[in-house]
Write a protein that binds this ligand. Structure first.
Ligand SMILES: Cc1cc2nc3c(=O)[nH]c(=O)nc-3n(C[C@H](O)[C@H](O)[C@H](O)COP(=O)(O)O)c2cc1C
Length: 191
């Protein structure tokens, strides 16, 4: 069973990224051999990273984020693009968890997705978000998913309004699950 933990890196109620994560989670629910864990980024509240604070002990939100990462075999991060880059609070959370030893993200298969009302679908932010994730050892899927015009993209039934795009998303998720399974079984064999 591949344990896939995912969250939308948005604190906003009605988040487009939250809606996209839910579409993905429902598609994953329908796949055999996958256990989906839906987390909320709001659970992982933490102060701005400061080594002096770390010296006093990690904040609860950082411990919780670390434990959620460690408990998962694979991760899905659905993040907005802020100013063509990674939102500051997500970078802050990655900075905190990068200070644990062993680094919890090391070796974790990770899929990046984004939703934006723009025509670009958060594509620039996806590439920027790869950088700290790869630096902390996550095995980031080469394929990513950017949903453009998110305010128009969702159907009443909770899927994507564009059926072809929905199928592409499901196919991407299937490929990611296969990638996660292959990587975790190779790691279990010590390869
Ligand atoms: C500080 C800030 C910067 C933003 N920068 C971008 C951007 O560079 N590109 C983009 O497509 N959208 C940008 N947006 C718009 C977000 O895509 C939009 O607010 C979106 O709804 C955020 O995702 P959410 O609905 O999941 O919270 C920005 C929004 C904020 C608040």
């Amino acid at each position: 069973m591949l344990k896939v933990m995912g969250f939308a890196a948005s604190l906003r109620e009605g988040s487009w990224n939250g809606k996209l994560w839910e579409v993905a989670a429902q598609a994953l629910d329908a796949m055999e051999g996958v256990a989906v864990e839906r987390r909320s980024f709001a659970e992982f509240e933490m102060p701005l990273y400061n080594p002096d604070l770390q010296a006093q002990g990690f904040p609860q939100g950082a411990d919780d984020f670390k434990e959620a990462i460690e408990a998962a075999d694979a991760l899905i991060v659905v993040t907005p693009e802020y100013n063509a880059s990674i939102p500051g609070y997500l970078k802050n959370a990655l900075d905190w968890v990068s200070r644990y030893r062993p680094v919890p993200l090391r070796g974790k298969p990770l899929l990046l997705m984004s939703a934006s009302p723009s025509m670009m679908g958060g594509n620039r932010g996806l590439w920027q978000t790869r950088i700290p994730l790869e630096a902390t050892g996550a095995v980031v899927s080469p394929r990513m998913f950017g949903l453009a015009q998110a305010h128009l993209a969702f159907a009443e039934d909770g899927g994507l309004a564009n059926a072809e795009l929905h199928e592409q998303l499901v196919e991407l998720l299937e490929e990611f699950v296969a990638f996660g399974q292959a990587l975790t079984s190779a790691q279990a064999r010590g390869q």
